[in-house]
Design a protein around this ligand. Sequence first.
Ligand code: PMP
Length: 427
Amino acid sequence: MQNSRSTKLFQQALQSIPGGVNSPVRAFRSVGSDPLFIKKAQGPRIYDEDGNAFIDYVGSWGPMILGHCHPQVVAAIKAAVDNGASFGAPTELEITLAEMVIDAVPSIEMVRMVSSGTEATMSAIRLARGYTGRDNILKFSGCYHGHSDSLLVKAGSGAATFGVPDSPGVPADLAKHTLTATYNDLDSVRALVAANKGSIACIIVEPVAGNMGTVPPKEGFLEGLRSICSEEGIVLIFDEVMSGFRVAYGGVQELYGVTPDMTTLGKIIGGGLPVGAFGGKKEIMSLLSPAGGVYQAGTLSGNPLAMTAGIETLKLLKQPGFYQKLEEKSAFVAEGIAKAAKDAGFPIYSTRVGSMFCAFFSKDPVYDWDSAAKCDTKAFANYFKAMLNEGIYLAPSQFETAFVGASHSTEDLELTIAAAAKCFKAL
Ligand code: PMP
């Protein structure tokens, strides 16, 4: 594969941008190679600066559920920009998207827009702390909720990939308020709750974990969190930044029928533009400034271009049969890859919820961070590079999720499975 232009750009980027990238996992470092610089994308394909084309399963890390450059979304953004890129004043577009989100997500009665998932989760825990008057929060190892200080404790995604789940720069005085339980292990939650009685403001969880690879909740796990929180006056926050509008229109809470007190969103609701949101019960959301005293703000919050992209994306997702078709495509490709591995005698553990899937390089089941961390990351790195050579663009880490989008055709999926079969045989 010709990659001289990407290599040159990366060398140049290293001089002006730390590590050459604006978000760590993009650097391909954990798979021992250099990143491709992307020039454009269309439908299910991305194209790098050297003119190589790839079938894309990263989808900008989740937002591009429709594929890249959906004509309806592009046309709406182009029309919106003619009216001005940002006003810092209220618009009708914000009400439209807020009402669509409230309509879709069972737990959300009121919602505030922000510009990233990090802001959404950071603000949601501040609000939970303000609402309960408690300081501690509980999260799960291997779950990633963005990079705010309180949440960079035993974090997943890039933090796990690069071995810094507890980042330098987070004051110990703050980190001590973050309690960490084991995903899918209610006993670990009960023990922490009992030991910190009356001091836990919220439990924040990825209800389908997507930042240690894809790890579905075990039967009863989400229900158990719901009852512990109700009994103890703890705010239950589902971080659906990744899973919201992804595994179902109403997210994991619709799919599994468990309703949290608050929900954080991002990625898909911005249709590829920078957006996050947090919402929940009116009783809690009413404490937010200027209605209440818990402060939170943003110069670009509710940005008209981002609202427009979100509205158009959600309209398309709402069309009858959308999620059914996506489910069928996702099952086809995830099962095809798992079978290709098996036929090649290569042990993988395959997981999938809706259009989120993962091939763990492990012969044993993966259900929490410790079991995920046992994966053969060296073999994964070789698989990643081999797939890239075959024209398949996966996330450059074992601890990430692959996303299927509506624009992936059956032929794209068949090409992907054939490429996987070839790569597993070669490993
Ligand atoms: N929560 C979850 C579940 C995420 O997957 C992510 C990003 N991958 C975030 C929060 C942070 O979102 P952002 O990168 O937009 O700040």
